[in-house]
Design a protein. Structure first.
Ligand SMILES: CC(C)(COP(=O)(O)OP(=O)(O)OC[C@H]1O[C@@H](n2cnc3c(N)ncnc32)[C@H](O)[C@@H]1OP(=O)(O)O)[C@@H](O)C(=O)NCCC(=O)NCCS
Length: 299
């Protein structure tokens, strides 16, 4: 809800300049629609109950994501410029709910502060020559069949005691060797070795079989419980994604069994965005689990 001095002036500002849609409902009530969201407009002194504790004009501070990403934001900026609207601040870099933003700040006719933003894609580093020495003496390199037992040791407890993997039987080390051998271009299987032991691994694989999906891959990463929050998954993913991008792929997806707040936070820190939610998508440990798809562009 926005409390405003002049319903017509506010409606003109939000509809003509910001591209929202004017909505009329109930007995003469007004609202603004944008995407799947709606803001009700209340005239100051005539708020409809229930309402905010102190419904006064000029007290709102809203962050709005502009449709169409950078291009949509640039077009909106041109429109505001042409209408003589002045920025309070920006463009400036900001941190949004799910990643970095580029923002402009301005005020509506009541002095409410509006942050108009688009989400920035995180750039990927270039693919390194492998093997690569990491700070602290560990090595990032391509996996071979001899790494099967090390990867299996990280994965086995996740299969046995967590819903994170939808496998229900722990695959053998031989099965892991087969999977590593099958991971061929444009895909990669990477490991990090510390003091002779594998402590983390990540790999990409085809997303779906049909030909049109060949622009896309899925990525997975597993870090030994004792080696988490040291940046190992980040460096593995940065290199994995740089490699699949260099191989010509355009999209990467992560399929996350829910709940998994650590994996969600990790993927969003690497520029993935939530794309789809599949309720009760699989059964493990005698109960049904939801699955979420996260993804990002590789461009
Ligand atoms: C998810 C997982 C791969 C993260 O590995 P990691 O090496 O600990 O992650 P990193 O140290 O590289 O984290 C990079 C960033 O991701 C985010 N992040 C990672 N783990 C997080 C957690 N548990 N909670 C909140 N944020 C997290 C943080 O932003 C972190 O940056 P910061 O440490 O500077 O704050 C690891 O916890 C894991 O193996 N979990 C079990 C298996 C799994 O869920 N795999 C994913 C399957 S979809």
């Amino acid at each position: 809800m926005l409390t405003v001095q002049d319903l017509d002036a506010s409606e003109r500002f939000y509809v003509e300049l910001l591209g929202m849609e004017a909505v009329r409902f109930g007995e003469g009530r007004r609202a603004l629609r944008f995407g799947a969201q709606k803001i009700n407009l209340h005239r100051a002194g005539a708020s409809v109950a229930p309402h905010a504790k102190q419904p006064v004009p000029g007290s709102a501070d809203l962050c709005l994501l502009v449709a169409g990403g950078e291009a949509g934001w640039a077009a909106l900026r041109t429109r505001l410029d042409a209408a003589g609207v002045r920025w309070e601040l920006g463009p400036v870099a900001r941190t949004g709910a799910s990643g970095p933003l580029q923002s402009l700040y301005l005020r509506d006719p009541d002095g409410n502060l509006l942050e108009l933003s688009y989400e920035l894609e995180l750039p990927l580093p270039v693919a390194l020559e492998l093997p690569h020495e990491l700070p602290g003496g560990s090595t990032l390199r391509l996996a071979g069949p001899d790494d099967a037992a090390g990867c299996q040791a990280i994965y086995a407890p996740i299969v046995a005691s967590s819903h994170t993997s939808f496998e229900t039987e722990v695959p053998s080390a031989d099965e892991f060797a087969t999977r590593i051998r099958a991971c061929v271009a444009p895909h990669s299987w990477l490991v990090i070795e510390q003091d002779g032991a594998i402590v983390a691994y990540a790999y990409s694989c085809p997303h779906r079989e049909r030909a049109a999906y060949r622009i896309a891959c899925e990525a997975s990463v597993y870090v030994a419980a004792s080696a988490r929050r040291q940046g190992l998954a980040r460096v593995l993913y940065e290199q994995l994604l740089a490699r699949v991008r260099a191989a010509g792929l355009l999209r990467v997806y992560a399929i996350i069994t829910l709940p998994n707040p650590g994996s969600i936070a990790f993927h969003e820190a690497l520029g993935f965005r939530p794309l789809a939610h599949f309720p009760e998508a699989g059964r493990k440990f005698d109960r049904l689990w939801d699955v979420g798809w996260w993804g990002r562009a590789l461009a």
